[in-house]
Design a protein around this ligand. Structure first.
Ligand SMILES: *[C@@H]1O[C@H](CO)[C@@H](O)[C@H](O)[C@H]1NC(C)=O
Length: 185
């Protein structure tokens, strides 16, 4: 988790370069981490369904995030001058269209990082556009994204899910190869 936090801090736009549309980034005041008074805060958007039939729903994940934020390892991962807060957005029943509109709401509320979605279809639609949002893209951290395309390289703007950070090491393809190797033995 703390590694993801570091990645996110590094990925947040600081200025000058080009964005994924080849333009100079148009930063709103609130896209910057620090305001004019020098108060610095990362604003995260938790994009998950409220519906508890989904494993990764707001009711299950938000308390875990609260606990994680109290852990010294996580607290030490943030520089002392940077605060962290989050807001939740309901991705109604993991629906892709609701996922996009929730992400747009979160962008309008000046989120610096998206946590979720976790369901594949919702994740795919948000992860495809997050590279175009904000200054040079809004990082998206998720525990989901196991199917093939999410595992592909994400190093340049040309990569479909450029701003996506998967926290898990595995994808379905790796799992399949693992089981095949196991059977062979
Ligand atoms: C929650 O999601 C399930 C599965 O998609 C659906 O059948 C159910 O109607 C939903 N419940 C509510 C309260 O929206």
């Amino acid at each position: 988790m703390w590694l993801s936090v570091l990645l996110v801090v590094c990925a947040i736009p600081w200025g000058e370069s080009q964005n994924c549309r080849g333009e100079k980034p148009r930063l709103r005041d609130c896209d910057r981490l620090c305001d004019k008074q020098g108060n610095c805060k990362i604003k995260a958007a938790l994009l998950l369904p409220k519906n508890i039939t989904f494993g990764a729903c707001i009711g299950a994940v938000e308390p875990v995030l609260e606990l994680a934020m109290q852990h010294p390892a996580v607290q030490d991962a943030f520089p002392s001058w940077v605060g962290f807060e989050w807001q939740t957005y309901d991705v109604t029943d993991c629906d892709a269209a609701y996922a996009v509109i929730s992400a747009i709401d979160a962008y309008n509320d000046c989120a610096h990082v998206f946590l979720g979605p976790a369901c594949d279809f919702a994740l795919a639609s948000v992860a495809r556009i997050s590279k175009f949002l904000g200054g040079t893209g809004i990082p998206l951290v998720t525990t989901g994204g196991f199917s093939f395309d999410f595992v592909k390289t994400k190093q340049t703007c040309k990569d479909e899910y450029y701003m996506l950070v998967r926290t898990g090491p595995l994808g379905f393809k790796d799992l399949a190869y693992f089981i095949i190797d196991l059977m062979k033995q």
